[in-house]
Design a binder for this molecule. Structure first.
Ligand code: BGC
Length: 362
C-alpha cells in the first residue's frame, strides 16, 4: 500500500475534526485510510469542464440503492448488463443516485458492502464507456438538519473522493442533490466551500458538479456563489416547470393533484425558451458550463404531451450547450422497463432521436 499522502492526511484530518465538532465530541474512532479503486490503463488526467460537458451529451438517472424511496420493487438492475444497454440506447452519461447516509455507522464510516456496491456501479458504467456522475442524494436530511448534514456530507466525500482519486476523468462528483429549506442559499454557499475542500484534498482537478439552493432551481442560480479560483466546477440545475404538468398527481407534492394538465402550446414553449435563456445568461456571465441534471414528466400526464415535453427540454438544453440527464431510468418517470427488459421506445426516442450520432468509444 502506498504511504499516506499529505493530501489524504489533510482530508482525513478535516473530516475527523468536522465530525467531532458536529457530533459534540462523542468518541469516534480515527478513520482508516480508504481503499483506492482504479481502472487499469485509464489514469486520471484533468479535463476542461466545458469539454467534459460537451462529451456528456444526454444521460439518464439511475438509483444505486436497492430500496429506492420512490419506486415499487422491480427486477434488479444488473450493472454489467444494463449500463451497456443504456449506452446502446444512445445515452452518453449516467447520474448515479446514492442515498448514502443510511449506510454509515455511528462513527460515520460507510458500510463496506455498500462501498463495494458503489464500486460495482461505477466501474461497470465506466467500462460501458459512459461518463459517470456520483451524486450524493441525501437532500431530505440536508434540508432539515444542517449539523448532521454537514458531518455526514463531509464524511461521505472524505471516504469516497480518495477512493476514486485515480479513476479516469469520466468520473465526476456531484456534491449534493437539491439543497433546500434549512440549506438556504447562504448556508449552502458556506457548506459547499467546506465540502469542496474535503474533495479537493484528494482530487484537486477532477470536475465537481454543484447547483443552487431551492432544489437546484433556476431562480436561485443568481444566489449561488462558487469559489472563483476553482475552474473545475460544472454548474447544475433541475427543470420541472411547470410543476402542474410534470408532477400532476405526484403524492409527494399534493398541491399538484389536478390531473389532465396538458403541455405543448406556443406559450409553453416560449416559457421553456425564456427560462433556459436565463440559465445560459448566468452560465456565460459566471463562466461555468451547465448540466441539466434532472427533468421529466410523471407518467400520470398524457403520453403525447410527455413526449413533446421531453423532446423540447432536451433539445432546448442541447442548443444552449448544456448536457442533460433525464429523471429517471425506471420507476415513476420510466424510460426503461426493467421487469420486461425493454425500452419504453417513444420515451427513449423523445430523449434520443433515432439516428443521433453515437458517442465515440473512449
Ligand atoms: C427525487 C425524486 C423525485 C424527483 C422528481 C428527485 O430529485 O429524488 O424522489 O421523484 O426528484 O420530483
Amino acid at each position: 500500500m502506498r504511504a499516506l499522502s499529505a493530501a489524504w492526511r489533510l482530508a482525513a484530518g478535516a473530516f475527523f475534526a468536522l465530525t467531532l465538532a458536529a457530533l459534540g465530541g462523542c468518541t469516534i474512532m480515527a478513520p482508516e485510510r480508504p481503499t483506492q479503486v482504479t481502472l487499469p490503463g485509464q489514469p486520471f488526467t484533468p479535463i476542461d469542464p466545458y469539454a467534459q460537458v460537451a462529451e456528456m451529451k444526454g444521460g439518464v438517472n439511475v438509483w444505486v440503492d436497492e430500496l429506492r424511496p420512490d419506486e415499487p420493487p422491480h427486477a434488479p438492475f444488473v450493472p454489467s448488463r444494463h449500463f451497456k444497454i443504456i449506452r446502446d440506447g444512445g445515452f452518453s452519461t449516467v447520474r448515479l443516485v446514492l442515498a448514502t447516509f443510511d449506510h454509515m455507522d455511528g462513527s460515520l464510516k460507510l458500510d463496506a458492502q455498500y462501498l463495494a456496491r458503489i464500486d460495482e456501479f461505477v466501474t461497470a458504467a465506466l467500462d460501458a464507456g459512459l461518463t459517470v456522475i456520483v451524486d450524493e442524494h441525501d437532500y431530505g436530511l440536508c434540508g432539515m438538519d444542517l449539523i448532521l448534514c454537514r458531518a455526514k456530507l463531509n464524511a461521505f466525500w472524505s471516504q469516497v473522493a480518495p477512493r476514486y482519486r485515480d479513476m479516469p476523468n469520466r468520473l465526476i462528483f456531484e456534491m449534493l442533490n437539491e439543497p433546500h429549506q434549512a440549506l438556504t442559499a447562504e448556508a449552502w454557499n458556506k457548506q459547499l466551500v467546506e465540502t469542496l475542500a474535503v474533495i479537493r484534498a484528494s482530487n484537486p482537478t477532477r470536475n465537481v458538479i454543484i447547483g443552487p439552493g431551492n432544489w437546484n432551481g433556476i431562480e436561485f442560480l443568481p444566489k449561488l456563489v462558487l469559489p472563483a479560483d476553482d475552474r473545475h466546477i460544472i454548474a447544475t440545475f433541475h427543470y420541472y416547470h411547470p410543476m402542474e404538468f410534470t408532477h400532476q398527481g405526484a403524492v409527494w407534492v399534493p398541491q399538484f393533484d389536478k390531473l389532465g394538465v396538458t403541455w405543448g402550446t406556443k406559450a409553453d414553449h416560449a416559457l421553456l425558451d425564456r427560462e433556459l435563456d436565463e440559465v445560459k445568461a448566468w452560465s456565460e456571465a459566471n463562466r461555468r458550463p451547465m448540466f441539466l441534471g434532472e427533468f421529466g414528466a410523471l407518467e400520470t400526464g398524457a403520453l403525447p404531451d410527455r413526449l413533446r415535453y421531453l423532446d423540447a427540454v432536451a433539445r432546448a438544453a442541447e442548443t444552449r450547450g448544456f448536457s442533460w440527464a433525464a429523471w429517471q431510468l425506471t420507476g415513476n418517470f420510466i424510460v426503461y422497463d426493467i421487469d420486461s427488459d425493454r425500452w419504453i421506445e417513444p420515451v427513449l426516442h423523445a430523449l434520443i432521436p433515432p439516428g443521433s450520432p453515437p458517442k465515440p468509444a473512449p
